[in-house]
Design a protein around this ligand. Structure first.
Ligand SMILES: NC(=O)c1ccc[n+]([C@@H]2O[C@H](COP(=O)([O-])OP(=O)(O)OC[C@H]3O[C@@H](n4cnc5c(N)ncnc54)[C@H](OP(=O)(O)O)[C@@H]3O)[C@@H](O)[C@H]2O)c1
Length: 328
């Protein structure tokens, strides 16, 4: 809403189900030194937003008020010291909060140009997933061409991105999902084998195929021992969430004997400079994949920002595949 002096944000106080989400009005944010003010075209909805809404994922200190971790739109104002971006330029950005808004302030280092050929609205579905997949699959996980990766939650926003990025890097991709329809989507995105975890045994299937060099896991719980069992010697197991729980009983003998690395990371609380470093790496390696059409955000549904509760009801239903977007 260009020209308005106020800005809508979405809050969840007190925490709870989608019904607690409220649109509130705040003064128009200003771009401080090193920041960019973006007039939002769309905002991405992510699973971490649901966890924050329920009161289990507090925003890091200094984060903008309100839900939302990613946005696309046009540059409205540049703070002092910002170079490399022009007023009106279409961009997308990772933010530590406040992404569900008409206007969003982002650190310049977390802002990227919309890749050539990609729709501005769809670009809102990129930042959270490409930053997370790059950091965990390519940096921490050190995926190499020709290696085998197992990606759990293949139809999620993260999963659909990880499948495409791993294929673009020349890996063999196994993935798990909870329905045949979701498995079909994973195959269309390039997965060599999509495993319906409700009807098939992913541990047996991956082990029979020679094991995995890398596992990207958002499930935890009973999956952890299975991941250890199916891992090849020297494999890396990277945890990015624990949908089935983070407390597990584990036979560490196999970790030692196979020289496994059990690791993980979160993105949101990383310092601004660290996110800028990740953004530079994305621009160099992942933006060419986006511009070549090798990688595309998978968009599930679009909702008006005013209908944010319906967007979260869909997220909670777990029936979505890929990204849900909000349009201010
Ligand atoms: N560490 C980080 O930096 C970071 C950053 C962003 C996101 N994340 C995490 O990554 C995950 C994916 O995020 P997203 O926004 O892409 O989520 P999403 O699109 O909502 O997808 C979540 C996926 O998890 C699967 N799932 C849910 N409960 C499950 C269970 N009990 N067992 C097995 N699979 C289950 C669902 O697929 P099925 O229907 O196939 O079960 C769904 O595809 C979330 O857990 C999120 O918190 C971590």
């Amino acid at each position: 809403m260009p020209g308005t002096r106020t800005n809508r944000i979405v809050t969840a106080n007190p925490p709870g189900g989608p019904e607690v989400l409220r649109i509130e009005t705040r003064p128009m944010p200003q771009a401080g030194p090193g920041e960019i003010l973006i007039r939002a075209a769309a905002c991405g909805v992510n699973r971490p937003d649901q966890i924050e809404r329920m009161g289990f994922y507090p925003a890091p200190p200094g984060a903008p008020e309100g839900l939302g971790l990613e946005v696309s739109g046009h540059v409205e104002a540049l703070g002092d010291g910002v170079s490399g971006f022009a007023l009106g330029e279409p961009v997308c950005a990772l933010v530590a909060g406040g992404g569900y808004s008409d206007h969003v302030v982002a650190p310049a280092g977390s802002v990227l140009p919309v890749p050539a050929g990609l729709d501005l609205v769809e670009a809102a579905g990129l930042p959270e997933t490409v930053f997370t997949v790059w950091a965990n699959v390519f940096e921490i996980g050190a995926l190499l061409q020709g290696e085998t990766i197992l990606i759990h939650g293949g139809s999620s926003g993260i999963g659909t991105t990880a499948i495409q990025m791993a294929k673009a890097a020349g890996a063999r991709v196994f993935t798990t999902a909870g329905t045949e329809e979701k498995c079909d989507l994973c195959r269309q995105l390039g997965a060599d084998r999509a495993i319906n975890y409700r009807t098939e045994d992913f541990e047996a299937i991956v082990t029979e195929a020679g094991g995995a060099d890398l596992v990207l896991d958002m499930v935890g719980g009973s999956y952890v021992q299975k991941n250890v069992n199916l891992a090849r010697p020297g494999a890396r197991l990277v945890s990015i969430a624990f949908l089935q729980g983070s407390r597990v009983e584990l036979d560490m003998m196999r970790v030692m004997l196979k020289r496994l690395t059990l690791t993980g990371s979160t993105l949101r609380a990383r310092p601004v400079a660290e996110k800028a470093r990740l953004a530079a790496a994305l621009r160099k390696t992942v933006w060419p994949w986006l511009e070549a059409g090798t990688l595309r955000p998978v968009i599930d549904t679009r909702f008006a920002l005013a209908d944010v509760r319906s967007a979260h009801e869909r997220l909670d239903s777990g029936t979505h595949s890929g990204k849900i977007l909000l349009l201010p």
